[in-house]
Every structure is written in C-alpha cells, then in structure tokens.
Ligand binder design. Structure first.
Ligand SMILES: [Fe+2]
Ligand SMILES: [Fe+2]
Ligand SMILES: [Fe+2]
Length: 419
C-alpha cells in the first residue's frame, strides 16, 4: 500500500454520518434522511451538481455538534432551549478542515429561520443561506415524522405544517421545492425505506468520489475531536493514542504510509463511542456489569463503522482490534495472535499506554514505574506484544513527550471552544 491508496469517499462520509446517529434509536439515520430530502430538493431546483453535493455533505454532518444524548433528544422533540450550542460546536469542529469551511457556515446556521436571514439582509442567492434553509426545512420534516405510524397517513399534515411556516421559518422557494417532492409517494416511502443508505451510496451525489490519504488524515482528525470532546475525561485521549501509535511505528522503522495509517487508526479507534451514552463515559465511580458490557461494545461499533468502507481495510483492523489480546482473552472477537498483525498490536499498546498516563474519573495519572509494571505484567500474561513493549519502554521519554505535546494542543482546542 502506498500514497495512491484510494478510499471510497461516499461510503466513508455515510459511515461517519451514521456513526453520529448511533446513540439514540429514534435518531437512527436522521442525518441520512435529512441529506436525502436536501438532495431531492436540490434536484427539483436543478441546482448545480457541485452545490447539491456540498449541501448533501453538510446535511450528513449537520448535527455533529450535538454531543449529549439529552441535547439530541431535546432537538428531536422541538425543545429548542439552547439550539445554538450544537450549531456553534458543529461549526467549530468543521471549520478547521480547509475544504469544509463553507459546510461549517451552513451547519452554524441550520436552525435559522427565514425571518432571521431577512433581518440580516441576506438572500437565497447566497449559497450559505440556501444550504442552511434547505437543511432547516429537511430537518424540520424529519422531526415531524412519527416512526410508529404509516408515513403515507402523515404526508398531509406534515405538508400543511410546512406550508403554514412559509415566509416565516422557510423561504417560499424552499417550501416550493419541498411541495414538489411531497406530491410523490416514492419520496415518502424512500424516507421510511430499509434501503435508504444503500440508495444514497449507489445513486447519491458522492457515488463516484474517492479520497486519498492526504484527505483522510484531516477527516480522521475532525472525527477524533468530535469523539473526544464529548467528555472532559476523554478530551485528549484519541489525540494521544494517534501520536503514540505513529511514534512507535517510527521507532520500529515502518514506512511513511503505515505511520500515517497508524495515526488515522489512533484518531478513529474509539469512533464507536458515539454509540455509548455520554452519561456512561462521564460516570464517576465503578461501572456495574451491564454498564461495563455496554462500554465494551464501542469497539465492535468502531470495527463495523470502518469495515463498510472500501480502501480502509488496514485502519479497520488496526482500530477495530484495539481491545483484542494476543492470548485470545480480548474482545469483541477473541482473536489470537495469528490474526493480530503488527499495526493492530501497536494501536493496542498505544491505547493502553495513553490511558495509563491520563487522568480518569476514578484515578490519577500513573507514573513511569507504575506504567512499566502494568505493561510488563500484561506481557507476562501473554496479552500484548513483548518486542513492541520493550521498544516502547526503552524510548519511554520520547513517546511520553510526543503524547504530552499532542494532548496539550488538544486540551487547548477543547477549552477554547467546547468546554
Ligand atoms: Fe440541528
Ligand atoms: Fe438535525
Ligand atoms: Fe477503546
């Protein structure tokens, strides 16, 4: 594998969007449905392909800033007490990725009413205003849908409610685009279809796009922060694991591409934590047995999310096996050493090392001697790789300093914009 590694960009974008909606069953596929509505309205309005594509991506990530389950549920129930919080957080996350700066602007304004835009003297010709209004309406429609009743019985009252908000919440042009679609049964049936994700994948605006590693790395950094910043206790974790893994790779003399893939794997190794309620991540004191099982399931979700993307095979294994053990006592696959390659072994050790030198709700940071003892005990039990641990311990200060430096930067980003 080398620099021209090609990743299925559509599959990755959809998988990441899907991950963001995992925490709440009622929310499942919410962003995908909003993206579908936006796509359809864009086609009806005969917008340029590029514009439709960009609005589609913005729709897939529009709630990336809703960190807690409480916040997600409130939005779903039209409780808009602090609606700006998730918009601004989403903006802060996205704006650091250079090709997503417009997406960031759209996400920041996706709950702004047409009346608000008028007061700002901004019109629909402005691509940010149009994108934000399309998502605003699509999001509203999806929240009106009652998942327990037949969708065809609901189309009339949903259409009436949207019409009643014309000129207030939504510009008339945007409402017209919706009404054109709302006349068609297939529009409603697709919104409830089991094949929605597959349809977006094969026919959607991202269907032919590919991504290379230069683009994947910043995307993994964006999602690293989206995962870590959900809780103060994890705010710097993935940043630490990523640099620890790539530093170990460097000491071992691995190729540049593998070191980058190690960094990406570190950034994404806990992406399955989107499926875990934030309350559990923040819990002080011991978890009970059920809570432990739920927490452990995050790595299964990490594997599943990444496994759906062509071109990400190494990252899927390296990130998705980080809780396996060489002697088969790990989870969720209970793999044995033959099936755990060097990259996965490195991420495994980078994760343990980083966790030990971090503070946790239930304990303080550990010092070198304690870290050394824990790692050596794990080697003696046959859980982790002997050679890699030896290398790490003989370069302890080097890796420790790298991790500390990356985590300082992460905590700075967190405190400045998300705390
Ligand atoms: Fe939202
Ligand atoms: Fe939403
Ligand atoms: Fe983990």
């Amino acid at each position: 594998m080398h620099k021209n590694l090609k990743i299925d960009s559509g599959a990755l974008t959809l998988a990441l969007s899907h991950a963001l909606d995992l925490a709440e069953p009622r929310l499942a596929n919410h962003q995908e449905r909003v993206a579908f509505i936006v796509w359809r309205m864009g086609l009806t309005g005969k917008l340029q392909d590029k514009k439709i594509r960009n609005y589609f991506v913005a729709a897939l990530y529009h709630d990336i800033g809703a960190f807690s389950l409480k916040e997600k549920r409130a939005l779903l129930n039209f409780e808009f007490g602090n609606v700006d919080l998730h918009c601004v957080r989403g903006y802060n996350l996205l704006k650091n990725t250079f090709w997503l700066t417009k997406t960031a602007e759209i996400v920041k304004h996706h709950h702004k009413s047409w009346e608000w835009w008028k007061k700002e003297s901004r019109d629909l010709i402005d691509e940010i205003v149009l994108g934000a209004q399309l998502i605003c309406l699509a999001d509203y429609v999806d929240r009106l849908i009652d998942r327990k009743t037949c969708i065809l019985q609901q189309k009339k009252h949903i259409t009436d409610e949207i019409l009643s908000l014309t000129g207030k919440e939504f510009h008339k042009y945007v409402v017209d685009l919706f009404i054109e679609n709302a006349k068609q049964e297939d529009f409603w049936l697709t919104l409830r279809s089991e094949w929605l994700t597959r349809l977006l994948l094969t026919d959607g605006p991202l269907r032919k796009e590919e991504m290379n590693i230069e683009v994947l790395l910043p995307v993994s950094e964006l999602f690293r922060d989206a995962i870590d910043f959900r809780s103060r206790f994890t705010a710097t974790h993935s940043a630490g694991v990523a640099i620890a893994a790539s530093s170990i790779g460097e000491i071992m003399g691995l190729s540049e591409i593998d070191r980058e893939l190690l960094e990406i794997s570190g950034n994404l190794h806990d992406i399955g934590k989107f499926a875990i309620p934030d309350k559990l991540l923040e819990k002080k004191g011991k978890l009970n047995e059920i809570e432990k099982e739920i927490l452990k399931s995050h790595v299964f979700y990490t594997f599943s999310i990444l496994n759906s993307v062509k071109g990400l095979e190494k990252v899927t294994q390296w990130a998705g096996f980080h809780h396996e053990k060489l002697n088969g006592t790990g989870y969720p696959f209970h793999l044995k050493e033959d099936n755990i390659d060097t990259g996965a072994r490195i991420v495994m050790i980078a994760d343990i090392f980083t966790a030990l030198i971090e503070e946790r709700p239930y304990r303080k940071k550990l010092v070198k001697n304690e870290v050394k003892k824990i790692l050596n005990d794990m080697v003696n039990r046959g859980e982790i790789d002997d050679k890699i641990v030896k290398l790490l311990l003989s370069n302890y200060e080097y890796v420790f300093d790298k991790v500390t430096e990356a985590q300082k930067k992460a905590i700075h980003r967190f405190e400045k914009q998300f705390a």
